[in-house]
Write a protein of this length. Sequence first.
Length: 334
Amino acid sequence: MSEQNQRNKVTALTLWAALDRDPTSAAALLPALTGWHGPVPVGLQPDAEAIIDALFAPLRAAIPDLRRQTHIFMGGVSAAQEKGGADGASWVAGTGYYTGRATAEVFGIPATGHDLRIRWGEFLRFDASGQITHAQTIWDFVDWFDQIGLPVLPPPRGAAHVFPAPTAYDGVLTAVQSEVVSEKTMALGKTFIFGGLNSFDETDLSSMGMARFFHPNVKWYGPGGIGACLSLAEFETLHQQPWLEAFPDRKVMHLESLFAEDRLLAASGPMGVVGSHGGTYLGHAATGAPIEVSGIDFWLRTADQFTENWVFVDMIHLFQQMGVDLFARMKAGA
C-alpha cells in the first residue's frame, strides 16, 4: 500500500505544479475525473475543464504572482465509516496558503492592492490505477474578505488570521511513513470522531469528553469568522459552545474520507456534518433550516492526544443554507 500511496503523492504534486504554472495544462492530468467540489460560489463541477475554468484559471489570471505554500501534505487509504475497516479509497490531501496580490477582480472580489494570504485545503481521491477521480477544495473566502477590509461576519471570537504550519514538525510527508504510527493515529481519530464528536447529549459539553482527545494546550485553527483557539478552554468557550448551541443536533454523518499518515489525520466531506440551525450563530438568529457542513480537517497527534487541528468550513455554503449571502454582503461593502 505504501508504494501506491507514494505514487499518488507524486501525481498530486505534479498536478499542483501544473495548476500553479498554467491551469489549462492540468486538464491532461485529469482524464478520469468525474467530479470536483469547489467552494461556493463554484460548487460541484463535472470534469477537469469545468473546474479549471471555474476555479483555478480565474485565480491565476487575477493574481499573476500567485505562489503556493504547502504546510501539510499526506496520503492514505480511507476508513470513513464508524464501523468496519478501510473503505478502499486512496486519497492525498494538503493545505497551506496561496500568496500574491490581485490585479483584477475575481469571483466578484475586488482587487484592492493588498498582499493576500489565501488559505487553501484540498483532497484528491485516486482509483486503483492511480488516476484522480474526485476532489474537494475549500478556500477561506471569509478570511480573504477580512484581509481586504470587507468583513462579512462579526469579529471572530478566536484569534484572526492564525493558520500556521505544524509546530516543530514537518507536515509535508513526501517519504514513506511508518504504518504502525499511522495505524495508531487512525485508531485515535476514529474514536475521537465517532465516539467523541458524535456523543454530545445536546446539554453538557462534558458528554463529548474532549479533554480525552485534545491536549490542554491544543491549537485549533478555525476558519474566517470563527478564528483560532489556542487552548482546550478557548476551544470549548469560543467555538464549541456557540457551535453546539447553534447546531445542537449536528452529527458527523457522511465523511468522504478519513485517513492517517504518520502522526497526521485527515478528513473531508461536502456533507460531512448534518444538522439543523437551532440557535443564533455569529449574529444570525435560528431559522430551523437543515444544514450540511462542507468541511476539511487535519489533526496532528502527539502521544495519545491531538495537539493541533486545522479546520476548514465552507462558511459561504453554511450561511447560504441559513438564508444569508456572504458574497452579496462583501459586494455591498465594496
